[in-house]
Design a binder for this molecule. Structure first.
Ligand code: NAD
Length: 295
């Protein structure tokens, strides 16, 4: 089978390379970054000249793109997948979108005879790299079962949540929770710093106690090392939380906690930290209080 992969950045890159390593499929890649393409062609993928070139050549087209607008453009815009792909092609989007975007894109694809699975992922670059990423899928059951071996080739857990929209819903709820944990971790670590406690020992306590979460672990690792180079950009985290808040609003769920985290993200972005890692939310506390939290 020919598998196309569009968007081989921080997440798409390692997932694409796992497909190359773990299957016999012929993989065709396209990205706006030549370096990102090279990291995949070095492993045996071939490169395409455009989105349309990938779509025309492949049986399955996968995308991992930054924001909903880009996904819609690549999927349904001029020179996009729907225009160039053969009827019968399957489109799998691994990006984080709103359920409404996923449904709109799926409708546009269906009109061209292309089936779509929305398949957002969780686990960050480390689990994208070691092949244990979690994939949450929305879409037709028969298409899901047909594509399960491909999805399993680069993941640890694949969960089918039902029709299109439920994959994105699960992802947004998960990320809202992760960012709330992460922001609370930033505040907790600053309290630790100001108390004078040994931060490395505090970290060991939390990792073995009830305050532990993935959000805490990421925040502590990056903060204590002072390394906010992006593995998950704050700009993308802000996009996810904005989509989660919109969903909460649509469903009439009052926001008491997540909107506070949104304000923290807005302050960090206002400080020019959007391209830094999402854990750079910590810099708001550090800048306001005039001290860094490092071990
Ligand atoms: P990224 O910016 O590292 O990668 C996106 C890639 O898409 C880049 O290489 C970029 O050049 C390429 N691209 C952008 N527009 C394009 C276009 N029109 N045509 C072709 N290529 C194009 O972002 P990422 O961190 O890999 O995130 C990708 C998606 O995965 C996002 O939706 C994000 O929310 C989601 N996600 C990220 C993480 C993470 O930890 N980084 C975790 C889970 C989900």
């Amino acid at each position: 089978m020919k598998v196309g992969f569009i968007g081989v950045g921080n997440m798409g890159g390692p997932m694409c390379r796992n497909i190359i390593r773990n299957t016999n499929h012929e993989v065709v890649v396209f990205d706006l970054s030549a370096d990102a393409i090279k990291a995949c062609t070095d492993l045996g993928a071939s490169s395409a000249t455009s989105v349309a070139d990938v779509a025309a050549r492949c049986d399955v087209v996968i995308t991992s793109l930054p924001i909903p607008r880009v996904v819609e453009d690549v999927a349904l815009g001029a020179g996009g997948i729907a225009e160039a792909a053969k009827p019968g092609t399957v489109f799998i989007d691994l990006s984080t979108n709103s359920p409404a975007t996923a449904k709109r894109v799926a409708d546009g694809m269906r009109a061209k005879g292309i089936a779509m699975l929305e398949a957002p992922v969780s686990g960050g670059t480390s689990r994208a790299t070691d092949g244990t990423i979690v994939i949450m899928v929305g879409g037709d059951t028969a298409v899901f079962e047909q594509q399960l071996p491909l999805l399993r080739s680069f993941s640890g857990e694949v969960i089918h949540l039902g029709e299109i929209g439920f994959g994105s819903t699960a992802k947004l709820i998960n990320n809202m929770l992760a960012f709330c944990n992460s922001a609370a971790a930033a505040e907790a670590l600053m309290i630790g710093k100001r108390s004078g406690i040994d931060l490395a020992k505090l970290d060991t306590v939390i990792r073995n106690a009830s305050g532990m979460s993935t959000g805490y672990a990421n925040m502590a690792k990056k903060t204590l090392a002072g390394d906010f180079a992006p593995t998950f950009a704050l700009d993308l985290a802000h996009k996810d939380l904005r989509l989660a808040l919109e969903l909460a609003d649509e469903l009439g769920v009052p926001g008491l906690i997540a909107p506070q985290v949104m304000s923290l993200m807005r302050m960090a972005r206002g400080m020019g930290l959007g391209p830094s890692d999402s854990c750079a939310m910590m810099r708001v506390y550090e800048t306001a209080l005039g001290e860094d939290v490092r071990s």
